[in-house]
Design a protein around this ligand. Sequence first.
Ligand SMILES: NC(=O)c1ccc[n+]([C@@H]2O[C@H](COP(=O)([O-])OP(=O)(O)OC[C@H]3O[C@@H](n4cnc5c(N)ncnc54)[C@H](OP(=O)(O)O)[C@@H]3O)[C@@H](O)[C@H]2O)c1
Length: 259
Amino acid sequence: MSVRIAVITGASSGIGEAMARLLARRGWRCVLVARREGILRGLASETGSEYEVCDVADRAAVDGMAARILERHPSVHLLVNGAGILVRGDFVETPLELIERVLAVNYLGGVWLTRGLLPGLREAADVDGRAHVVNIASIGGAIVFTPAAPYSASKHAQVAFSRSLRAALRGSGIDVHTVLPGFVTTPGFPHPKVFATRLGRLVVVGPERVARDILSAVERGRAEVVIPWFPYRLGAIAQAVAPTLTARVLRDAEYEDEA
Ligand SMILES: NC(=O)c1ccc[n+]([C@@H]2O[C@H](COP(=O)([O-])OP(=O)(O)OC[C@H]3O[C@@H](n4cnc5c(N)ncnc54)[C@H](OP(=O)(O)O)[C@@H]3O)[C@@H](O)[C@H]2O)c1
C-alpha cells in the first residue's frame, strides 16, 4: 500500500492535534484542517504534514478544500471530523446566532466534508481495501445536557448522522466510527470546575488518551466508543431507558461559565 492519507479537522488544538501527532508518528500523511493558519503551519512542519485553512461551517469553502485535497490525493484513507465548538447555556439564554453556529460547525461541517471527500474514501476502499470516517461527537450526543442545550443538540445530530452513515455505507469498504468522549482537557473545553474536585478529576482524560482510543477503534473496526467508558456509558444507557428522568436529573447540573 502507498502512504496512507488522513484528513483531520480541528487539527490546530486539543483532540485533533493529538490525533495528528499520533498518526504522523505512525507513518500517516496528514492534511491538517482548521482556521488558525499560524498554528497549522507550525504543526505541519513539525509533523511532516500538509494543511488547509478552512471554516468547516462554510459549505462552499469546504467543497473547494475537498476538491484541492482530492487533486493532490485521489485516495483518502481516513477522515476525522473533529472540528467543534462548545456553547454553554440553555436554549433560552443562548444568542440565536450561536445556536445556528454550533449546529453548522459541530454537525453540518462533518456532513459537508464527508460528502466532499467521499470519492477519495471510495477510491481508497477500492484500491487498498478499506477507508474510515471518524466522527468525534460527545457523550453530550447521547445524554441531553440542558446547561449546554444547543451544544448537546448539535452532538445528538452528529451522532444520528454518524450512525446512519455507517449503516448506509455498509459493504462499501468505508467504515464509520462514532466517538463519544466525556470531559477532556483541551484549550477549547477547559472544564475548570470539573477539575477542581477529586471526583471530577477521575472522569477527565487528556487528548492523547482520546487519540489513542480512536486509532484503536479504527484498527479494530469498532462502530462506537465512549471515552472513557466509565462512568459516561452509564449515562447513555440511562437516557436510552429513561430519557425524561435522565434529562430532569441533569437539568440543574452546575456547569462552569467563567472559562
Ligand atoms: N474537550 C472535551 O471535553 C470534549 C468532550 C466531548 C467532545 N469533544 C469534541 O471533541 C472535538 C474537539 O474538541 P477539543 O476538545 O479538542 O477542543 P479544542 O481544543 O477547542 O479544538 C477545537 C478544534 O476545532 C477547530 N474549529 C473550531 N471551529 C472551527 C471551524 N468553524 N472550522 C474549522 N475548524 C474549527 C479549532 O481550530 P481553529 O480555532 O483554528 O479553527 C480547533 O482545532 C469537538 O468536536 C468537541 O465537541 C470535546
